[in-house]
Design a protein. Structure first.
Length: 179
């Protein structure tokens, strides 16, 4: 009888454990203008931000979709844009969609590829467009690592694609995963 139970248990496929479907947390990082926008936009920090993600993934699958929304507040120094203050204050809001995949055996580590749209607003006009508001595309590649009670994510992001100041950012986020 025991051997029959063992055979049935071995023949029954294991059910996949779902990873937490969502997460919400804080994000911060560094960014700097690239190319022709390097001098006008400068370099600085995203000193505070919040992010929320929905990324349903089963541990038996090596990939899954991801959607992330974020808002970050930044401070740019050494830019030519500020005329009144010495700092360029920014707010960035973005929505990205993409894919998360796991090239490792560990079900707690993922690479991400995302693309989406961003709204950038500054306290002063940014040359050469001399505008304070920009809408454009962004793209990012990142790494997600789940720990027992939180998730760490690191992203390298390029945007605004199209019109607006182009920047390269390194972002670090700490989020609480949830149902």
């Amino acid at each position: 009888m025991r051997s029959l139970v063992v055979l049935v248990a071995m023949a029954t496929p294991a059910l996949a454990e779902p990873m937490p479907v969502g997460s919400i947390g804080v994000v911060f990082g560094a960014n700097g203008g690239t190319g022709a926008d390097a001098r006008q936009y400068g370099f600085g920090v995203n000193y505070f931000g919040i992010q929320a993600a929905w990324q349903p993934t089963l541990t038996e699958r090596a990939w899954g979709p991801t959607v992330r929304w974020g808002t970050m507040f930044g401070l740019m120094r050494a830019s030519e844009a500020p005329k009144i203050e010495s700092w360029l204050w920014t707010v960035q809001m973005d929505l990205t969609v993409g894919i998360r995949f796991r090239p490792w055996r560990s079900p707690t580590r993922y690479l991400t590829l995302r693309a989406g749209a961003e709204l950038l607003r500054a306290n002063e006009p940014i040359p050469p467009e001399m505008s304070r508001e920009f809408i454009g595309g962004i793209a990012s590649v990142g790494f997600d690592q789940y720990f027992s009670i939180f998730m760490l994510n690191v992203d390298v992001r390029y945007g605004l694609i199209g019109e607006g100041p182009r920047a390269l950012s390194l972002l670090v986020g700490i989020a609480l995963p949830g149902p």
